[in-house]
Design a binder for this molecule. Structure first.
Ligand SMILES: Cc1cc2nc3c(=O)[nH]c(=O)nc-3n(C[C@H](O)[C@H](O)[C@H](O)COP(=O)(O)OP(=O)(O)OC[C@H]3O[C@@H](n4cnc5c(N)ncnc54)[C@H](O)[C@@H]3O)c2cc1C
Length: 479
């Protein structure tokens, strides 16, 4: 268990908390959904392209922390790898291998001797690794695999308990935290036209950077759970589809965790915006000129859209105090540990998406905290990021974006179902955490009201579909 060195800022100005505090994330939810409406289709299209769908990783590194026996035996855990002959020629081992050999014949393998560089927040997959395998991400969707039990539990437990600055109990509580206070957020009112200038937020003795760390991990965890619930295998019918019981159990009771997914989303968004010039000038090479030009224009369009969105995360407020150098190193080391723990995941498909998304988040952190803006000049630093990092960043962003979309679709479906069935739905409950500040304008954005409509949605849907399920199962049993 690592020691808890608290060199970060304990009480921050309103801006930093606005970007991260649970209540403000909650109140800005509609803003994030609006942003995602503009980005999600573009992201979805982008990850279908060859440049972004092929990812090389070493899926079978040994777990460095314990002997992992919990291999998932489910078919759904299997990863379909692809032969290198199917990926663009310039990415194949023989070509990359030749490129590594300098004129004098010595090998240039920057990542072989060490797994990461000083700037990295995670272990970076090495595209030159001869033990690595290419996967087509579209052939291996992130969804329910059946991986659960002690092996999965141990992974999450070690991430939270050993790598989260011992914050689990403090952060994941539905009750008000001690030390809550009113903070003036006037400065950011323009971003949130429908909410009050003053909102109640959590300010406890946990430093801001550590809360950010926890929220990223928890946000990833919720996003994974959303995908599991949304693409669930009904083991009786063999049909894939949303599982409302799963949502009811894993998502509905935990609005804070959902807010953490929004938080992860805005961090990824900010990283992409920060390196917009770099991305717009990046050479997306697959060797197919027309396709490459198309990818470049898709990325430019996406990045322009991202930069036109209101700013939602200000990284300059993190690690800004003179004492925070040690905290930053600890933050980095812990995040690298999370990426190493991914090698212990006992299900290949989960490991693939776990590694990719941790790498995407790690890349975002590197963009935000390892380089100042001027580093992202593509003429000066054309090779700041590897292809693997860029692919991971955009695919992770797409996974979070899909999660937001799924949540929104549930909401809309609920409204439609409710109108159609003309059922009377009890009014949304008042927010739990800040009742005295609730207004009619923001009450409908509150996660606790979200809870109510998701619960009602589940019940309505269940009512609606159960006759069909019964009929279908009748059909199956006859045949
Ligand atoms: C890296 C990784 C990737 C995975 N990918 C997949 C996948 O693609 N498909 C699949 O079917 N399974 C996947 N799994 C397994 C999946 O995440 C669950 O572990 C499994 O479904 C069992 O779920 P559970 O309900 O027991 O609770 P878990 O999700 O295992 O959670 C364990 C405990 O963590 C706490 N917790 C849960 N969510 C949060 C949160 N958001 N924030 C804070 N605390 C939380 C709760 O106390 C919970 O009891 C993956 C696991 C890991 C570690």
């Amino acid at each position: 268990m690592a020691t808890d060195t608290s060199h970060g800022t304990k009480r921050r100005n309103s801006a930093s908390i606005e970007s991260e505090g649970a209540v403000s994330i909650k109140d800005s939810e509609h803003l994030f959904q609006e942003i995602n409406d503009r980005l999600s289709v573009r992201l979805h299209d982008l990850v279908q392209t060859d440049f972004f769908k092929y990812y090389k990783l070493n899926l079978f590194k040994e777990c460095p922390f314990w002997i992992e026996n919990g291999q998932c035996v489910n078919e759904a855990c299997a990863v379909e790898t692809i032969d290198e002959s199917n990926v663009p020629e310039m990415w194949r081992s023989n070509v990359l291998g030749a490129l590594q050999t300098s004129a004098s014949g010595s090998l240039f393998q920057p990542f072989k001797s060490c797994e990461f560089r000083e700037q990295d927040f995670c272990v970076v997959e090495d595209e030159n690794d001869r033990d690595g395998t290419y996967v087509d991400l579209l052939d291996n969707p992130e969804r329910f695999t059946g991986y659960a039990g002690p092996s999965a539990g141990r992974i999450w437990k070690s991430i939270y308990e050993e790598n989260c600055f011992n914050m689990v109990d403090r952060m994941d509580s539905k009750s008000n935290l001690p030390g809550m206070t009113l903070v003036n957020l006037d400065k950011y009112a323009a971003l949130r036209p429908n909410i009050q200038d003053q909102i109640e937020i959590e300010v406890d003795d946990t430093c801001f950077e550590k809360r950010v760390y926890y929220r990223l991990i928890s946000g990833l965890h919720s996003s994974i759970s959303i995908h599991i619930c949304n693409e669930y295998l009904n083991q009786t019918t063999g049909v894939w589809g949303p599982n409302y019981d799963c949502f009811n159990k894993r998502i509905v009771p935990y609005p804070e965790r959902l807010q953490n997914t929004y938080f992860g989303y805005v961090v990824l968004l900010r990283a992409i915006s920060k390196m917009s010039d770099y991305l717009k000038n990046y050479e997306f090479c697959t060797g197919h000129t027309e396709q490459d030009a198309q990818v470049k224009s898709m990325v430019t369009d996406l990045v322009n859209t991202a930069t036109s969105c209101p700013g939602t995360f200000d990284e300059k407020l993190m690690f800004s105090s003179p004492n925070s150098r040690i905290l930053k190193e600890e933050f980095k080391e812990r995040f690298r540990n999370v990426s190493r723990i991914m090698d212990c995941v006992g299900c290949d498909k989960c490991r693939l998406w776990g590694k990719l998304q941790v790498s995407g988040l790690g890349t975002a952190l590197k963009v935000l905290f390892s380089y100042d803006d001027e580093f992202f000049n593509p003429k000066v630093n054309p090779n700041l990021l590897t292809r693997t990092e860029i692919v991971a960043l955009f695919n992770a962003f797409n996974r979070f974006s899909e999660s937001l979309k799924i949540v929104k679709e549930f909401r809309e479906l609920y409204k439609r179902v409710n109108v159609n069935s003309q059922k009377s739905v009890p009014p949304p409950p008042q927010p739990v955490s800040s009742p005295k500040l609730a207004t009619s304008a923001n009450a409908s954005q509150d996660p606790s009201s979200d809870n109510q409509f998701v619960i009602n949605l589940i019940l309505s849907l269940r009512d609606m579909i159960s006759p069909y399920i019964k009929r279908l199962s009748g059909l199956f049993s006859v045949s």
